[in-house]
Write a protein that binds this ligand. Sequence first.
Ligand code: AMP
Length: 145
Amino acid sequence: MSYQRILAALDFSEGGGMAVRRGRELAEKYQAVLHLMHVVEFIPPVDTSFGVLSPFEVDLTDQMVEASKVRIAELAGKLGIPDEQSLVVVGSPKLEIIRVAEDIKADLIVVGTHGRHGLAVLLGSTAASVVNHAKCDVLAVRLQE
Ligand code: AMP
């Protein structure tokens, strides 16, 4: 068994770097291409009290995308990953991780898991959903609490 294209999904949480490290180890082991991705969760441009567009909230999503691009570029730089292999997208992490994995034809997705979230007690909600829906292998890396 060997992997050629690995997608590591990172949420920038404190323990989340573990999944990236594991992805990198596997990429080295299999001489695979490693991609990094982060999903900025969409903040609806609606002021809930008035139900109208709020430019402030639209800006907030844009700012989070820009900040995430800087962070992922720093990390990619440290790991020697070319810019075009790191990606920031807006949407639902569960859906976007699956979509990007299919898009880049990843044969392994690496996500972290805390193993403490309600519905998906064992895997955490994002990890559980990715395991359920991915068309390729998924490695759920147990994160340190
Ligand atoms: P969670 O189920 O929210 O605890 O997340 C578990 C794992 O899913 C994280 O360690 C990441 O690998 C991935 N993940 C969660 N949120 C995001 C996100 N916004 N962008 C990219 N990956 C994410």
